[in-house]
Write a protein that binds this ligand. Structure first.
Ligand code: CUA
Length: 349
């Protein structure tokens, strides 16, 4: 048994260390967490193997034999030495591992000077990110933008139920709780785009409560942020920042075409509409919500606008209320909204 246990433990530990459990690291907090995870695996696997080996051996060695159906086993009395061991050893192990984990937690939650504060707001079923600016102004976007190598503090709240803010590439995650503000600290270290997910079952739309975290060079982040402030810019549409689409609905032919183009871009891009809605023209195939080419056929621009900003006002038959986020009126800029309405009115004619 000792030989079997030792071999099984060695295989288990080798396998645990060989498998990549997490996506590639993108933050400073990742290393201590990954090491903690490895240490927990190395310690738990032999204990798992010990328990399973003893159970399997006992099932085989002390199995019931023919003629023993009505017998009870021999009476068992206490074994003080054994009991002291099996209490003391797990206690020592647990206290050591908890102390180590606590040390890692305080280390990754350390406050830094020059922290960038980002407010994270959760609502069934969408994320909103706000960047408080000088002069009481706030930049709000449906996607997360972060400068590389700068410590970030997230202040997180929820409008309705408990969600959980998680960027797997940053490892850390925390519940969002209505009525209180929770905090998370991260220092992104690698450029790129990483998924933001909700890690708490929060309702029918839980699986589509996703966004993206863009880690950018500091200068690009500063440029993005200042673009959000300019009156003619398009919030959250990185690439569309410089566009000067006329916002007046029903404007001239050129303005209208530009508006429709902005709408299509918002639909497939920063608005995230295509994740849930099929629309042939946009090439999207989401099935959480209705196929918009069909559902919006013949609807007026005013009706389409209501569907976007107040999705519960009328529900396509066969679909549930409260799945579509009801805050697009806040998270989309006025131009993005005008663009979406113009675009959807055009393609669903
Ligand atoms: Cu929000 Cu799951």
């Amino acid at each position: 048994m000792v030989a079997i246990g030792a071999i099984a433990s060695a295989i288990g530990i080798a396998l645990a260390l060989w498998i990549n459990w997490f996506p590639a690291s993108a933050a400073k907090q990742d290393k201590p967490i990954d090491t903690l995870y490895d240490v927990l695996m190395i310690v738990s696997i032999p204990i798992f193997v010990l328990v399973v080996t003893v159970v399997l051996y006992s099932v085989w060695a002390f199995r019931m034999r023919p003629g023993q159906e009505l017998e009870d086993g021999p009476p068992i009395h206490g074994n003080t030495r054994l009991e002291v061991f099996w209490t003391a050893i797990p206690a020592i192990l647990l206290v050591s591992l908890c102390s180590y984990a606590y040390g890692v937690l305080t280390d990754i939650e350390k406050t830094h000077r020059n922290e960038l504060v980002v407010k994270v707001h959760a609502v069934q079923f969408a994320w909103t990110f706000s960047y408080p600016q000088a002069g009481g102004r706030t930049v709000t976007t449906p996607q997360l933008y972060l400068p590389v190598d700068r410590p970030v503090r997230f202040d997180i709240d929820s409008q309705d139920v408990i969600h959980d803010f998680w960027v797997p590439a940053f490892r850390v995650k925390i519940d969002t709780v209505p009525g209180i503000v929770t905090h998370l600290r991260v220092t992104p270290t690698r450029l790129g785009t990483y998924p933001v997910v909700c890690a708490e079952l929060c309702g029918l739309g839980h699986s589509v409560m996703r966004s993206s975290a863009h880690v950018m060079p500091a200068a690009a982040f500063a440029a993005w942020l200042s673009r959000q402030g300019a009156p003619a810019s398009v919030a959250a549409g990185g690439a569309a920042g410089g566009s000067s689409a006329s916002a007046s609905a029903g404007g001239g032919g050129g303005g209208r075409a530009q508006l429709v183009a902005l709408g299509r871009q918002t639909f497939t891009g920063s608005g995230g509409c295509g994740a849930c809605h099929t629309l042939a023209d946009a090439g999207t195939s989401g099935t959480t919500g209705p196929d918009l080419g069909r559902a919006l056929k013949g609807q007026s621009a005013a009706e389409i606008r209501t569907d976007i900003v107040d999705p519960n006002a009328r529900i396509t038959s066969g679909y549930q209320p409260n799945i579509m986020p009801s805050n697009f009126g806040q998270t989309l800029s006025a131009q993005q909204l005008d663009g979406l309405v113009a675009y959807l009115a055009t393609v669903s004619k």
